[in-house]
Write a protein of this length. Sequence first.
Length: 172
Amino acid sequence: MVIPFLTPVPVLAQRQWKLSAGDRRLAVDVAKARQADNEAKGRPDAYGAHGGLALHIQGTMSELAFARMAGLDLSCWQAVVDTADLRSIPWDVGGCQVRSTTYGRGRLPIHRADIHDHPMQPYVLILNRCPVFEAKGWIYAVEAYRPEWWDQPVPNQAAAFWVPQADLNPWP
């Protein structure tokens, strides 16, 4: 029997980060590569969302800001800009899945597939106030499986467990 282990959460040097203009350009370039790959493969936005490139930009900027807060290396992103090859990009940042919101009281969405596929992985909520980003907290996917958090706030998008910021774990 294999017992899954908890992925450790990175220690953050800072909970806020202001992305430089160069970092913002890099994130936009990576987002464009992700969107082009989705379009070439005929993949729609995940979970019924609509926004394509704008969603990728919000996500990549939040991922890069989180990496900077934790002192993590994302130099592999330059390979995407140079070659448009997404295989060099890790599927997470520092062992964490990064989700973002532009709403001050926004919640962290955890989908059933997240809990099934990566139950012991931390999911991070980043408040995106570009160019300033703030790490609001984190939770292991399996901890989000609470009926009171199940919600579908946007019609025609997939329901998920929406974790309130007050219930997220603080940074170590």
